[in-house]
Write a protein that binds this ligand. Structure first.
Ligand code: ADE
Length: 227
């Protein structure tokens, strides 16, 4: 079974429309819908926005459904000139750009306990997803994806995230899903279509392009699940 998590309905509803024989269950306020899409059993969830909701959802999904891998799909702000609106960022790893115990001498982004800044995404899963994008003619780039509990909308914050973490895209859930998967030894990939450029124009671009970007990621998921 493949676990698929999106933060918002707009990122999930078109995918859920393809589930055969859907079965729903709500746990801790998160509705899980499982069934078949293409050639795979899937369990899907809309987790809500931010790292806490994402972690709650991922952990619940793993405990109740034991997915063999988890994909976090949806939209993101671009941090790279290689990623325009509608392109797709595929994670090489995840980082938390708002994790900061640096006053204690730690590197920025260090996750205490795990003692790492970057948590690696599953290479094979991410390569397979990028290959599907290639087949569809969707441009992708691979690199670190940065998550934090903030909508990035300034050149200053964008520069901080790229300079500190070398991230190619920013969003608000992927690294939390990644951390939960990491501690549970579940392979994961973050797949995000670009809705804005995470700068002074993002508050205007995001509402204009979020639906189109979400459709790109759904298209790619459907292609992957058809294999
Ligand atoms: N998701 C889409 N665009 C984003 C941005 N600019 N910051 C954080 N999350 C996002």
């Amino acid at each position: 079974m493949i676990g698929i998590i999106a933060a918002m309905n707009v990122e999930m509803e078109a995918l859920r429309a393809h589930i055969e024989n859907p079965v729903s269950e709500t746990v801790s306020g998160v509705t899980f819908v499982r069934g078949r899409i293409g050639n795979h059993e899937v369990v899907t969830a809309v987790c809500g926005i931010g790292k806490v909701f994402a972690a709650l959802c991922a952990q619940t999904m793993i405990l109740r459904y034991a997915p063999e891998k988890v994909i976090n799909t949806g939209v993101a702000g671009s941090l790279s000139s290689l990623l325009n609106i509608g392109s797709i960022a595929v994670s090489s790893c995840v980082v938390q750009h708002d994790m900061d115990t640096s006053p204690l001498g730690d590197p920025l982004g260090l996750i205490s306990g795990i003692n790492k800044v970057e948590l690696p995404a599953d290479k094979l899963l991410c390569t397979d997803l990028a290959a599907c994008a290639g087949e569809l003619g969707i441009h992708t780039a691979s690199g670190p994806i940065a998550s934090g509990d903030q909508f990035v909308a300034s050149a200053e914050r964008k520069t901080f995230i790229t300079d500190t973490f070398g991230a190619i895209a920013c969003e608000m859930e992927g690294a939390a899903v990644g951390q939960v998967c990491y501690v549970n030894s579940v392979p994961f990939c973050i797949l995000r279509a670009i809705s804005d450029s995470a700068d002074g124009s993002s508050h205007m671009d995001y509402p204009t392009f979020v639906k189109m970007a979400a459709e790109q990621s759904v298209k790619l998921m459907l292609r992957y699940l058809s294999k």
